[in-house]
Ligand binder design. Structure first.
Ligand code: AMP
Ligand code: MG
Length: 503
């Protein structure tokens, strides 16, 4: 099997990673191979039905040109700093350069013990593999920057979680797996040289425009801030909750990474939390923008010495004035994050309401709707979907007259205001409905459906539910005949109240 690897991270100094081979598994079987993605990546030499491919995706064989490593990183987990985390259950097999000239990391998750595993087994249960496959691929189709799923396999082995459950391995593709926590790893060791090396690497790989500026590191930081603001605004516009926005789970390349206890909301609530371990609701839906900023402050702290500029080197300490000046620069960039985020959010939300122009009062109109949705426990995705239909009002209205606390009058008043606002643009119903249908999905990976797919696979070795759900999610904006059930929120007995990390 021919994969053209070119492993730039493995050429960085040795303290950036550990050389780690995946550990073989007993009797792997392929669950799913992402043919479309493989094509985009130029992986024409991979025959998914071959034993060779199965051996690579299960870690039983190391493809030619692969130099497996587990990456070093630290991170703030729920606000507390761990100086040594690293890839405890993942191995970067190598990098490939796709036909679009973008470099991608090719990683196995659940491939066994690494020097970073601490007490863990380095393995992944099948459930989280299926969940990540479904959600990350759905995110890609919904237009959200994300890591992708290339393949999923069962291992033929069991892993011990609360009980013994089947094991799985996911092959993930990312623009890059460097995290805020990677910078923190070197920063906590006072290793300035490594931070510079890492920043240069990330600039070269993801943000080359930063190079032709007065201070490439400041420009780099601004670009990372921008990418995060954009990403989180997307999440918010789709009702997505990452669930574990630790600094080790925030990618420098601006992709959604590390799908753990993530979830799409059914009934809308600003304070919604699904993660079983998020006891303080730190990563609740409505907190995500603010947490994004908190994480970026942590990144800024690691970059401050680089902000001071070229003239400072090992031979001279920065003066107090110089140090203060760069703190001010970082603070300005970080406070601009809120405005940037707000603009991206407005951009997304305006489209969701069919608005092409920017008018004063738009934020209020959007927030009014969200508040009415919250007090009526309306379904996030369905509300916007029904509003997107030319004959929307009756169906949407029905969503607002179900709950005990329902206030459909509030919704009716809001619709009048919305219609007035639409009239301020030279638009008509067909036109704005068409805009709305490009951004308001019919289908999202709903928790109860993911749960059903996992249950069938884990309990009965039946992957048909997984495959059927995946197929629907490939075209999230298109109403598919016979697939109406996938649109619907859960019945009371199907509601998933908690999601788990699956570690
Ligand atoms: P997460 O927040 O799930 O991305 O993981 C946080 C840290 O725990 C990372 O360093 C992971 O590599 C590590 N980890 C999670 N699960 C396992 C496992 N089963 N075995 C070893 N390390 C793990
Ligand atoms: Mg992680």
């Amino acid at each position: 099997m021919k994969i053209q690897f070119d492993n730039s991270y493995a050429r960085l100094p040795e303290d950036f990673y550990s050389k780690t081979n995946p550990s073989p598994v007993k009797s792997p079987e392929l669950i799913k191979f992402n043919t479309e993605l493989a094509k985009e990546l130029g992986l024409t030499g991979v025959n998914p039905d071959s034993l060779e491919a199965l051996n690579v995706f299960s870690g039983n064989d190391i493809a030619e040109g692969s130099e497996p490593i587990s990456m070093a990183y630290a991170g703030h987990q729920f606000g507390g700093f761990s100086p040594r985390l690293g890839d405890g259950r993942a191995v970067l097999l190598g990098e490939i350069v796709a036909p679009n000239n973008t470099r991608y990391d090719f990683q196995l998750k659940g491939s066994g013990h690494t020097p970073w595993s601490r007490g863990g087994d380095g393995r992944s249960a099948l459930g989280p593999v299926l969940r990540e496959y479904l959600v990350s691929e759905a995110m890609a189709k919904l237009g959200v920057p994300t890591t992708r799923a290339l393949a999923a396999v069962t291992t033929g082995e069991e892993v011990a979680r609360n009980t013994l459950v089947p094991g799985g391995i996911l092959t993930r593709i990312a623009k890059g797996f460097v995290r805020v926590g990677t910078f923190q790893y070197f920063s906590s060791q006072g290793n300035q040289e490594a931070i510079k090396r890492l920043a240069d690497y990330e600039i070269d790989r993801h943000y080359p425009d930063a190079k032709n500026t007065d201070n490439p590191y400041i420009a780099f930081f601004k670009l990372v801030v921008d990418a995060q603001a954009k990403l989180i605004a997307k999440w918010m516009s789709l009702g997505f909750i990452h669930g574990v926005m630790n600094t080790d789970n925030m990618s420098i390349a601006g992709e959604t990474i590390d799908y753990g206890p993530c979830a799409f909301m059914d009934e809308f609530s600003h304070s919604r939390v699904y993660s079983s371990i998020d006891h303080q609701a730190r990563y609740a839906y409505g907190n995500q923008p603010k947490i994004g900023q908190w994480n970026l402050v942590r990144l800024a702290e690691t970059l401050l010495p680089l902000f001071i500029g070229k003239e400072i080197d090992e031979t001279r300490e920065a003066t107090d004035d110089e140090a203060q000046a760069v703190v001010k620069i970082a603070e300005d960039i970080l406070s601009n994050y809120s405005e940037l985020y707000h603009q991206y959010w407005l951009e997304n939300m305006r489209k969701k309401l069919g608005l092409s122009e920017s008018h004063e009062g738009d934020a209020e109109l959007i927030n009014d709707l969200l508040n009415i949705m919250e007090s009526n426990q309306a379904d996030f995705t369905l509300t916007f979907y029904y509003l997107s239909q030319v004959d929307q009002s009756e169906q949407a209205r029905a969503l607002f007259s179900q709950a005990d606390s329902s206030d459909s009058a509030g919704f009716d008043e809001w619709v009048v205001k919305w219609q007035e606002r639409l009239k301020e643009e030279s638009s008509n119903e067909e036109k704005y409905s068409a805009i709305m249908q490009t951004v308001n999905p019919v289908y999202i990976p709903r928790n109860h459906q993911i749960e059903a797919a996992i249950r069938a696979a884990e309990d009965n070795n039946d992957f048909s539910v997984f495959h059927a759900l995946h197929e629907v999610l490939e075209n999230p904006f298109e109403l598919q005949t016979g697939k109406e059930a996938y649109m619907l929120p859960p019945e009371p007995e199907e509601v998933v109240h908690q999601t788990f990390c699956g570690t």
